[in-house]
Design a protein around this ligand. Structure first.
Ligand SMILES: Cc1cc2nc3c(=O)[nH]c(=O)nc-3n(C[C@H](O)[C@H](O)[C@H](O)COP(=O)(O)O)c2cc1C
Length: 433
């Protein structure tokens, strides 16, 4: 830090910036902003180390440089009241991501995340990882979790029902991500059998202890992805409980545990808005984001910080760059820009190249190809049948298949409107300033 305008030193009693149990209170004399100097210890905890600190007058909380026993800690904010401040400081440091790839088992893996990032996505979740298996099985770890330098900001999502197990898994990934996320929304039968995901909604004390354990012990913040309760007040109480337990960000899927069919049941944005108004930490909306119009609409309607997309972005990974599938291009006012260089085949080709660089299983690749080329296969089902019948696949085969489909004339360009381009540019400018 250059030219800090105030300094301090003392003992470290808690090294977690996102915990709500602070054992240390720092006040600085920083001319005119109401801070006084001193250190207030609120319990008789054993100190973790010594610190010296320096802070500039304006931005809070102060930056602190450790000279004590734990060289790796990061610290900002000091009291329970300052959790939202920490949560917002972190969120702003990440550039306030707005457009986010949702967690998807077998689908939000590294190559897909990188493809979406190239086309406008600001942040992404990994697929849900099973915390216990992650700890116990090195092959599962290396198969299911990979990342790289460009893959940030990144949420790593776990399912778990044991705080110790969850913490161990979280500590393995904390150097590689920006949030450790707890899956509180999976409604599938395997989650019911395993007693995790949305089935934790019937055991809120356990949910609280999962969040608290991470919040007190990780050096990065905890986020939760949750489903809503049928009753609005229950949903708001739930969100507030998560915030109080130390959660720094909520992604709210606006459907209940019984509303499993996200293609036919509309997500409840009113409930998302109510959560956004009930808590002080950043909130993201999930559900009903099919194209860029939905993104703008949802941001306006709910007032959330950002939106997640799952089903729709699988078909159109360029959704957050404003690209519409050709069916969505007819606006009738003649303002459409057709980008002839981009179609779903081109997105598949780019995805395949990323898979060659960052290998994933053929099962994952096959599923993405089906999602991205679904419209093309519907016109030429014989090509799909031949693809399905392959005993072993190669990248050459897949590239050639895209080429053949194009030769058959099925390609239709994705397109962007001038209005969206303008809005997206404004948004990019806003994020970088
Ligand atoms: C293929 C697939 C896999 C999913 N896997 C996960 C997951 O691992 N973790 C999770 O929290 N939600 C998972 N979901 C749910 C999505 O993240 C999202 O909440 C849901 O699809 C609603 O968003 P949408 O309306 O944009 O599809 C998955 C959804 C799909 C389609």
């Amino acid at each position: 830090m250059q030219n800090p305008s105030c300094y301090g030193s003392g003992l470290i009693f808690s090294d977690n910036p996102f915990s709500n149990t602070r054992h240390l209170r720092l006040h600085f004399a920083c001319g005119g902003d109401g801070w006084s100097s001193g250190v207030h210890l609120s319990s008789n905890q054993k100190p973790l180390g010594l610190f010296v600190a320096a802070a500039q007058t304006q931005p809070l909380p102060p930056h602190i440089f450790s000279t004590g026993t734990d060289e790796n800690f990061r610290f900002s904010g000091t009291t329970k009241d300052s959790i939202p401040l920490d949560a917002w400081t972190h969120w702003k440091k990440l550039g306030r991501p707005k457009f986010i790839v949702a967690p998807m088992v077998d689908h939000s893996e590294l190559p897909f995340r990188l493809l979406c990032r190239k086309y406008g996505c600001h942040a992404a979740y990994t697929p849900m990882l099973h915390a216990r298996v992650f700890n116990e099985n090195p092959r599962y770890r290396s198969r299911e979790f990979s990342t790289c330098e460009e893959d940030r900001p990144l949420f790593v999502q776990f399912c778990a029902n044991n705080p110790d197990v969850l913490l161990e898994a979280a500590q393995r990934v904390e150097p590689y991500c920006d949030y450790v996320d707890i899956n509180l929304g999976c409604p599938q039968n395997f989650a019911k059998r395993g007693k995790y995901g949305a089935y934790l909604m019937s055991n809120l004390p356990l949910v609280k202890s999962l969040v608290e354990r991470l919040a007190k012990n990780l050096s990065i913040p905890v986020s939760c992805k949750l489903r809503i309760f049928p009753g609005l007040q229950d949903t708001m109480n739930y969100a507030k409980m998560l915030e109080d337990a130390g959660c720094s960000l909520l992604a709210v899927h606006g459907r209940t545990i019984d509303q499993k069919d996200q293609k036919t049941i509309r997500a409840n944005w009113d409930a998302i808005k109510a959560v956004r108004n009930a808590v002080s930490i950043p909130v993201l909306a999930n559900g009903n984001i099919r194209h860029i119009d939905d993104v703008w609409w949802c941001l306006e309607e709910t007032g959330v910080e950002g939106v997640l997309s799952a089903e729709a972005i699988l078909e159109n990974p360029a959704l957050f760059a404003g690209y519409r599938l050709s069916g969505g291009c007819v606006l009738g006012n003649g303002e459409i820009v057709k980008d002839l260089r981009l179609d779903q085949g081109e997105l598949v080709v780019e995805y395949l190249k990323l898979c060659e660089k960052y290998p994933v299983s053929w099962g994952i690749i096959i599923s993405h190809v089906h999602k991205m080329l679904g419209d093309w296969f519907r016109i030429h089902p014989n090509v799909r049948d031949e693809f399905n019948a392959q005993k072993s696949l190669s990248f050459d085969y897949l590239h050639n298949m895209v080429f053949r489909l194009r030769e058959l004339g099925v390609a239709s360009p994705l397109c962007v409107t001038h209005t969206d381009l303008h809005r997206l540019n404004r948004n990019t400018h806003h994020r970088s300033t």
